[in-house]
Design a protein around this ligand. Structure first.
Ligand SMILES: [Zn+2]
Length: 432
């Protein structure tokens, strides 16, 4: 009991410090938003990485800038510069790593605020990247600064990284660093990714992805005599009809035990990202009359942790093979573009338990465990780094990500900073 009182006293000191830093937290979020790290093409990564790195260097962190030379997208004009900062504790313990991506998607249309002015209004900071995820990055920095300044002796170590290209797959960011051991034991034990999943929710993982291009092949002929050719577009229509009649109903019936939000994404899903048949794209004169000899479809299949990637591929191929066997002149090619396996951290993992406990303490409510319908950098940490004590937890409302007038709530940033700081003290072993 005396121990619990002592713990609460020490946490109260850290929380009071975070409350005092409210304006600094807003200012840091604004500074980050005002560097327009738009991806693609991957603008201004270096100055944004330096803003994070030089601030943390002043707090005693050792700082590395790591350019992913030779990685996809890297060039002298658009260098893929990541920052990793680390501070050692005074005694042995475990390492907590906060990983945030510094890239943002394009602003798009429909804003009432300047997307890179970082306007403060109604207790919110508005701007591209406010919730996804510069507000989360700022909250993790303020959290760690407050606990370092609190006088509680730190055990283990803390790392903060700002990484590039999450919005385009993370290959020059977290994947590149994971290949070099930055997300593996013994260097790191626990990873928190402050993506905007709402301040009272812990995101355990995400569904899998399989992207493929299906091309139906036909035979060109004069459009006035289509019976002399084979229409790739009509053949694609046969495939789409089969998918509609057989695959969609089957996918809808498959339910996952993963707590995916929104609930509609607890089934397997399939989207057609694009389709094109016939005359080359980008020509706006009159077309010539031809039977299309090619039709291409890009499909985006999101699959569940209960499903197997080979089965996901196999069921598409089975439909196409059936058409080839049954329909004269049906010919196709299937090209795989990209796949990500589903990942989910155990809900009893140390990082989950620590965040749960501190969400209860700070917000006074029961934390919710969720999984994400789309993927994020946790995939690389799990698959390349083989580190499974990793979750996404951060302020910001998920639905606002990538939207016009994106914002992050200042109260939520402050609350999440307290939760991150307390969880870090617990996970590093500093409270013992
Ligand atoms: Zn994000």
């Amino acid at each position: 009991m005396a121990d619990q009182v002592a713990t609460q006293d020490r946490l109260d000191q850290v929380f009071a410090r975070i409350d005092d830093q409210r304006d600094a937290l807003v200012a840091l979020t604004q500074d980050l938003i005002r560097i327009p790290t738009v991806n693609p093409p991957g603008d201004a990564y270096r100055p944004c990485a330096e803003l994070v790195g030089e601030r943390l260097r002043k707090q005693g962190f050792s700082v590395e800038y790591l350019r992913a030379e030779g990685a996809v997208g890297d060039s002298d004009r658009f260098p893929r510069t990541n920052v990793v900062a680390r501070i050692e504790g005074e005694r042995a313990g475990e390492t907590v790593h906060f990983n945030s991506h510094i890239d943002v998607v394009e602003a798009g249309q429909g804003w009432t605020f300047d997307p890179f002015a970082a306007t403060v209004a109604d207790g919110r900071v508005y701007g591209r990247g406010a919730c996804d995820m510069k507000g989360g990055l700022a909250a993790s920095i303020i959290a760690v600064e407050a606990l370092l300044q609190s006088g509680i002796p730190l055990a283990g170590a803390i790392e903060i990284s700002g990484t590039v290209d999450e919005e385009s797959g993370g290959y020059a960011g977290v994947a590149w660093l994971a290949e070099r051991g930055y997300f593996s034991r013994p260097r790191v034990d626990h990873v928190i990714i402050p993506e905007p999943l709402n301040v009272d929710r812990v995101c355990l993982g995400h569904r899998g992805v399989w992207w493929a291009e299906v091309e139906t092949r036909g035979r060109i002929a004069h459009g006035s005599m289509p019976f002399l050719g084979v229409s790739a577009i009509r053949n694609m229509g046969l495939f789409l009809t089969l998918v509609e009649q057989e695959l969609y109903p089957a996918l809808d019936k498959r339910k996952t035990s993963m707590p995916v939000e929104p609930e509609g994404a607890r089934s397997s899903t399939l989207n057609f990202n694009s389709i094109h048949g016939g005359l080359a794209e980008g020509f706006d004169g009159l077309p010539s009359p031809c039977v299309a000899d090619s039709c291409r479809l890009v499909l985006d299949r999101r699959f569940l942790i209960e499903e197997d990637l080979d089965e996901v591929r196999g069921e598409i191929r089975a439909l196409l093979d059936r058409l080839r066997d049954e329909v004269p002149d049906f010919d196709y090619r299937l090209r795989e573009l990209f796949s990500v396996l589903p990942t989910m951290t155990d809900k009893e993992a140390p990082v989950v338990r620590a965040l749960d406990q501190e969400i209860r303490r700070v917000l006074g409510k029961e934390p919710q465990h969720i999984a994400s319908p789309g993927t994020y950098d946790q995939k690389h940490i799990a698959r390349i780094g083989h580190l499974h004590d990793c979750v996404a937890y951060g302020p910001g409302v998920l639905d606002l990500a990538h939207q016009p007038d994106e914002w992050v709530g200042i109260d939520d940033m402050v609350a999440s900073a307290k939760i991150m700081a307390a969880a870090t003290l617990r996970l590093t072993g500093s409270l013992r």
